[in-house]
Design a binder for this molecule. Sequence first.
Ligand code: PEP
Ligand code: MN
Length: 345
Amino acid sequence: MMIVMKETASEDEIAAVVTKVERAGARAHQSKGARVTVIGAIGDVEQDAAVSSLGLEGQPGVDLVVPILKPYKLASSQIRHGERTVLEIEGQKIGGGHFALMAGPCTVESRDQVISTAEVVKEGGAAMLRGGAYKPRTSPYAFQGLGLEGLRLLAEAKERTGLPVVTELMDARDLEPVLEVADVIQVGARNMQNFPLLAEIGRSGRPVLLKRGLSATLEELLMAAEYVLKEGNPNVMLCERGIRTFESSYRTTLDLQAVPVLKELSHLPVVVDPSHSAGRRSLVAPMSLAAAAAGADGIIVEVHPNPDEALCDGPQALLADDFAAYADAVHRAAQLAGQALSSAV
Ligand code: PEP
Ligand code: MN
């Protein structure tokens, strides 16, 4: 259930509603908007019924009591009453009219590689640095990432450039060292439904970039986000990165309709990863422009100083030398779509 308070509701009236909801066994999730406070009463079927029978409609300060119609509650646009979530990551805003370009290598390979790429993407106007230390590889014989050493190099790149870091966590046992470096924890497509991992990241409170699974519906993506939100972590961005279809001319099909649809269904920022969906460089710029024009709140893209020698995903990496022109075009498309630009320069 969702309890919408009146604009004039006092703190005491809000607190009284929260107490009643909690006594009925549900969790009271408060969302304070610019105008009104909305209290989401989140619980199982029985707790929902208990909240419904409280008669909160007559309670002082309460405007409306309405059911939350979607299976995802905290992720639904309904709960924010039309307001969008804006994440602020080390001063870089994303969502609610703010566009952030996140760029960097697929994988941290060496000090030179990650620092030179970080400098290039910063100069080009990126808002954040991406780079994996723990890599989800299809083959167990492929390079799996530098692990702790990769994290250390990311920390150094951050120190040199000031760019906040987005890096993937695959295994909850690595949470502690990842938290020391990551400003945003990436959950990869293959882990989208790793529910214990999502809950653990939820409890950490750290911002999350949650990628859509290769065969996941938008509802499944939003239910995965709900696992993070439910633990009290509101800092989630959703990421479309291509899905499996019958088409085999490219690695996956970038589902750009997901951008406006997710923005209808949810208040969370929506970003697009054109690199992994395409699998090859020539598609990355056109799909990035399309994503920005479609209203994406951000793009996460792979860049490498020498893609021919990359240990992972070289064919899809933008050349570092091309990044500035690419970023400029993407930023213009985002501005056309009405977004304000976040940038670390
Ligand atoms: C990545 O970002 O490097 C990655 C492996 O992405 P995905 O989980 O979308 O395949
Ligand atoms: Mn990659």
